[in-house]
Ligand binder design. Structure first.
Ligand SMILES: N[C@@H](CCC(=O)N[C@@H](CS)C(=O)NCC(=O)O)C(=O)O
Length: 224
């Protein structure tokens, strides 16, 4: 399996991150659409640990986990660096990436999957997390400075995926009034032609997330 292949689904933001990085670097790749309801032997072979997408396959060698893949891409193709040169700045980019994946994503997910009091708590908690990102982007065009970089790709789910979650949950988590800098960044981010190329329509993401919520609810009901 030579060249660069990406096993993924178009509605997943961890997959979109990887596609954005490949586009920004000008790397040619083949996108292999996975069926997560009926996982392919290829996915199970290349990501036997987590059995999740994305998986990047470069010259036959698989790499899983989107944050690991982004770093691999940055180290393999030098044009348009994604991570900062300065070790402290690099550490900070990794810190906020971890924060995004552990706190912001989970928080936003809970705002559309939880109900009642739990949902109210989730909205508060998600907003607290987004407030930290707002501080990070204040006074800057992109999280990485003048150009889109690693952290921009990591938080790149906010413009469309958060909007989809807001639509499902009937909430408004990130808007011009509560997080003006994050909101402006989101507008700039989706205008970039490389990003635009791999942005699924919001209706597709809404369907995907709703499907995920129903699936998890059915699993939980069967366990009782
Ligand atoms: N931490 C992983 C998360 C990947 C992930 O959750 N992928 C989802 C799609 S968005 C998946 O493959 N889910 C299938 C499953 O959980 O069985 C990453 O950043 O790559």
């Amino acid at each position: 399996m030579g060249g660069v292949k990406l096993i993924g689904i178009t509605t997943s933001f961890p997959c979109a991150r990887v596609e954005w990085a490949l586009k920004l670097k000008g790397v040619e790749y083949e996108f292999i659409e996975e069926d997560l309801m009926n996982k392919s032997p290829l996915l199970l072979k290349y990501n036997p640990v987590h059995k999740k997408v994305p998986v990047l396959v470069h010259d036959g060698k698989p790499i899983a986990e989107s944050l690991v893949i982004l770093e691999y891409i940055d180290e393999t193709w030098n044009v348009n660096p994604l991570l900062p040169q300065d070790p402290y700045e690099r550490a900070m980019a990794r810190f906020w990436a971890k924060f995004n994946d552990e706190k912001c994503v989970l928080g936003a997910w809970n705002t559309c999957s939880a109900e009642g009091e739990e949902k109210e708590k989730a909205i508060e908690s998600a907003k607290e997390s987004f407030a930290f990102l707002e501080k990070q982007i204040e006074g800057k065009k992109f999280f990485s400075g003048e150009n889109i970089g690693f952290l921009d790709l990591v938080v790149g789910w906010i413009p469309i995926w958060v909007s989809a979650m807001e639509e499902i949950g009937g909430t408004s988590l990130v808007n011009a009034a509560n997080f003006p800098c994050l909101h402006e960044w989101a507008q700039n981010f989706v205008q970039d032609p490389h990003i635009k190329e791999c942005l699924p329509p919001i209706e597709k993401i809404v369907n995907y997330i709703q499907g995920g919520i129903s699936y998890l609810r059915a699993l939980a009901a069967n366990k009782q």
